[in-house]
Write a protein that binds this ligand. Structure first.
Ligand code: NAD
Ligand code: MG
Length: 380
């Protein structure tokens, strides 16, 4: 029997994690945390019976507590609640399926309490990888990647720990606007960008996939997870999303992981690593697929990716600025306040004016985040 806790249980990754739990029947869910959707959280509490539930707003936590007063579950709120959940005894793996930098503190607290991390929350590594990876080393906890590309790299490294990675080939679908020019991108509306050709995901990451910002965040995530430099991670566009990423070794051999695009595979792999379990769903049919194609990413029209390389190479607080500016820009785009190309303009301008602090503490990271939000609000 395994015991887990989930940060962000009502989102895309969170609900798919619970699908995996439901299908396997040998995982106990000890704690669940969500932002606002207390109706779904209540359903999840009734089905999975955690002993602790966290909701962000205190008022909503009170309402949830009232709704589940017939059950043996305690409801907590705010950052304090997330931290209490992170360090509580009785579970071994924290699934970080929360969106945003809010994941940093609970992840660090859980690691210090000896919990393994099934990591979906890429913002944690992007902004605080220089703190997280040494902490994993020090505490001996495992960081098990949930992001499909990173899971693919992780799987491609099985049995290869003693061998140096020559290059990571991070695959990208190219998103729904692959092949378009800047002029054509200008008038993209939120509803166009919310249609991903292959993957079904949360709103923010779907927009990020269309701008290639998601791929940029993933390059930074990979560099920390696998101990390579930014320039040892190369993005390869593979529009069918069949190859989930690859590793090239020093002898030129390339290992890859392939499969249908289904997040339940990397989620289940992280929860049961190194064991593989049965997973229901479509299988690859190569004859039907016919071909797998490749191309170089378009770093000119999709500036998000080149800005990410810049941020990652500079390091320090610059990846935080990249991430925070994008977060705010995506929100404004979804609200209809700004045009599509303004997303990368906001990132670029925020990065240009920022004075990078090398090796920042968590407080400095969160201050850089706030400063970026303030700058964007004052400027747009
Ligand atoms: P989502 O928006 O669908 O879900 C986010 C979850 O976080 C929700 O349960 C929400 O309630 C919770 N949350 C938000 N703010 C919170 C707060 N203040 N306190 C507590 N809970 C809060 O997002 P998602 O698509 O599931 O993505 C989650 C993370 O996983 C992101 O970092 C994303 O980049 C990463 N990721 C997602 C996918 C995917 O397929 N969706 C793939 C790879 C990586
Ligand atoms: Mg991914």
């Amino acid at each position: 029997m395994k015991n887990i806790a989930i940060l962000g249980s009502t989102g895309s990754i969170g609900t798919q994690t619970l699908d995996v739990v439901r299908a396997n029947r040998d995982i106990e869910v000890r704690a669940l945390a969500a932002g606002r959707n207390i109706r779904l959280l209540e359903e999840q509490i009734r089905e999975f019976g955690p002993q602790l539930a966290a909701v962000w707003e205190e008022e909503q936590a009170k309402e949830l507590a009232l709704r589940v007063r017939d059950l043996d579950v305690r409801v907590v709120s705010g950052m304090e609640g997330l931290l209490e959940l992170a360090v509580m005894p009785g579970y071994e793996i924290l699934v970080t399926a929360i969106v945003g930098m809010i994941g940093i503190r609970p992840t660090i607290a859980a690691m210090e309490a000896g919990k393994d991390i099934a990591l979906a929350n890429k913002e944690t590594l992007v902004t605080a990888g220089h703190l997280i990876m040494p902490l994993a080393e020090k505490t001996g906890v495992r960081i098990l990647p949930v992001d499909s590309e990173h899971s693919a790299i992780f799987q491609s490294l099985n049995g290869e720990r003693q061998n140096r990675i020559h290059k990571i080939l991070l695959t990208a679908s190219g998103g729904p606007f692959r092949g378009r020019t800047r002029e054509e991108l200008k008038h993209i509306r939120p509803e166009d960008a919310l249609k991903h050709p292959n993957w079904s995901m949360g709103q923010k990451i779907t927009i990020d996939s269309s701008t290639m910002v998601n791929k940029g965040l993933e390059v930074m995530e990979a560099r920390w997870l696998f101990g390579v430099s930014m320039d040892e991670v190369q993005v390869v566009v593979q529009p069918q999303s069949v190859i989930h990423s690859m590793v090239e070794f020093e002898d030129g051999a390339v290992m890859a992981q392939l499969g249908t695009p289904d997040m339940k595979l990397p989620i289940q792999y992280a929860l049961y690593y190194p064991e593989r379990r049965f997973l229901a769903g479509a299988r690859l049919d190569f004859a039907k697929l016919g071909q797998i194609t490749f191309e170089a990413p378009d770093m000119v029209n999709f500036e998000g990716l080149s800005l990410a390389y810049e941020a990652g190479r500079a390091g320090g607080t610059l990846p935080t600025v990249f991430n925070a500016a994008n977060e705010r820009a995506v929100r404004k785009f979804l609200n209809g306040e700004i045009g599509y190309l303004t997303i990368t303009e906001m990132i670029r301008t925020s990065m240009e004016r920022h004075r990078t602090i090398p090796g920042p503490s968590v407080d400095e990271i969160l201050a850089a985040e706030q400063e970026t939000y303030d700058f964007i609000e004052s400027r747009w």
